[in-house]
Design a protein around this ligand. Structure first.
Ligand SMILES: Nc1ncnc2c1ncn2[C@@H]1O[C@H](COP(=O)(O)OP(=O)(O)O)[C@@H](O)[C@H]1O
Ligand SMILES: [Mg+2]
Length: 224
């Protein structure tokens, strides 16, 4: 049983006055519930584009993505459905953290719960609990720029897990961190959540990839 189905996804860009540049070509893959998949490949291979399409942050030129059988891109009301699925089921972690600089870390972690897509009884209490689990209990009133890179990524991890996602999409989550700090983040990623989640993680780290159940190589828009 797969929970994530990527069906013949292609993506190309046409820059002004130029011919189409293919970025993804007929990519299909499926991910089982709780399965952890690493995506590797050289710069420009299309990894970020693929991840963004999986999360409904970008759209394919053709093809579709299904999450628990629901289409992200096709059929009536796809845009609304996509937003609801993203809010309710998907957690994101980015290489450069993407925290809101003017919000303290509790407010940052609470943010995904604000869409109302998932009912959480006391969002602030849950945010604090998650921040304690990632070791930031004594930093709750800090702003992101008052924290180190590793600490900021721990906040981002807590934020990604706020709504107990079915799937976490991580784009080089250890890419801006030193090796030891990256290893800590990976350990937390696998240990903090009380509910199991599927993971699709782009990474350049052999160590991080080795922690996954399966490694996919993307090359010039194709899965090898
Ligand atoms: N908005 C865009 N417009 C045009 N080309 C883009 C755009 N985004 C990405 N690309 C191109 O798509 C290719 C794949 O990019 P990306 O998915 O970021 O690769 P990776 O994450 O594997 O390094 C690159 O050649 C990049 O230049
Ligand atoms: Mg990338």
């Amino acid at each position: 049983m797969s929970m994530l189905e990527v069906q013949n996804v292609s993506k190309s860009y046409r820059l002004l006055g130029q011919k189409r540049i293919p970025v993804l070509e007929d990519v299909s893959l499926s991910v089982a519930p709780g399965e952890h998949v690493a995506v590797i490949g050289r710069s420009g291979a299309g990894k970020t584009t693929l991840l963004n399409i999986l999360g409904g942050l970008d759209r394919p030129t053709s093809g579709d993505v299904l999450l628990d059988g629901d289409s992200l891109f096709k059929g009536f009301g796809a845009a609304r459905r996509r937003n609801r699925i993203r809010a309710a089921k998907i957690g994101f972690v980015f290489q450069s953290f993407h925290l809101m600089p003017e919000l303290d870390i509790v407010e940052n972690v609470v943010l995904p719960a604000m869409t109302g897509a998932v009912k959480i009884k006391s969002p602030r209490a849950r945010a604090k609990e998650l921040l304690a689990k990632v070791g930031l209990a004594d930093r709750l009133d800090h702003l992101p720029n008052e924290l180190s890179g590793g600490e900021q990524q721990r906040v981002a991890l807590a934020r990604a897990l706020m709504c107990s996602p079915r799937i976490v999409l991580a784009d080089e989550p250890t890419g801006n961190l030193d090796r030891l700090t990256g290893a800590e983040i990976m350990k937390l990623l696998f240990e903090v959540s009380e509910t199991p989640f599927a993971l699709v993680m782009v990474t350049h780290s052999q160590e991080a990839a080795a922690l996954c159940d399966r490694i996919l190589t993307l090359d010039h828009g194709h899965i090898l």
